[in-house]
Design a protein around this ligand. Sequence first.
Ligand SMILES: C[S@@+](CC[C@H](N)C(=O)[O-])C[C@H]1O[C@@H](n2cnc3c(N)ncnc32)[C@H](O)[C@@H]1O
Ligand SMILES: [Zn+2]
Length: 276
Amino acid sequence: MLADIVDYLICPVCGGGLGLGDRALRCSLGHAFDIARQGYVSLLTGSQAPGTADSTAMVAAREAFLEAGHFTPLAEAVAGACRTGATVVADAGAGTGHYLARVLDRLPEATGIALDVSKHAIRRAARAHPRLGAVVADVWKPLPIKDDSVDVLINVFAPRNGAEFARVLKKDGTLIVVTPTSRHLRPLVERLGLLSVDQSKERRVAESLSDHFLETGRSTQEFTMALGHEAIEAVVGMGPSAWHIEPEVMRRKIIELPEKNDVIASFRMSIFQPIP
Ligand SMILES: C[S@@+](CC[C@H](N)C(=O)[O-])C[C@H]1O[C@@H](n2cnc3c(N)ncnc32)[C@H](O)[C@@H]1O
Ligand SMILES: [Zn+2]
């Protein structure tokens, strides 16, 4: 709930602290942000959200796929990488809040701040866990979070902002970044003509964070999923290929696949510490 996280939030207009009012968050200068019926708040400023927000259809596909448990080993790895004792955990590009909720399950003392620019995603994140507060925010802009307030920041297949991540993390905080490897979703990538992850992705992620963070750990999570047509439609519909391929065209290709398909899930999980 927003009440759990309001102490860590700041007004996106003036940077002042926010208080929880009746149906809005307010700063002392009177900037007010309505709380939506579903319990989340938008702290976006200006009218223009970036064009990268997940659509309703992508969010529904993501929720169906994640709830079916296909990425559970990854969610467990992320939760396992969070230090016990962490009290504030944030997720930048949280989507439906799936990973943050698993982290909160593991850390009974912690509260979670879910940030995503898609209100369709954040609406779902708002009900992903009782100790989670959900905020619409753009990761490429200044984050609406106080300096030095977050113990663990997670970032799973989502945009990054090294300077802002370093600002909001405590000096001894941890950043956990998950990206797909070039083996992710093989052999579907070739069979269905999905966008592939290029080999230089990992280097680009490290470079984008290197001004502010030291990479202190790295592991690869890889496992095989047995996916039927429905799950394949969901995993394609929630990923970057959904921006480029008509659902109807994709559906026709999927129907031609065998009923069950062994598909690789392959991720890199990197742990970063802020540079003092
Ligand atoms: C591939 S999804 C991953 C979501 C979630 N981390 C997960 O793995 O289930 C990428 C997410 O980043 C969000 N996103 C894209 N651009 C963003 C931005 N500039 N600021 C915040 N979130 C953004 C999208 O709306 C989407 O929910
Ligand atoms: Zn203000």
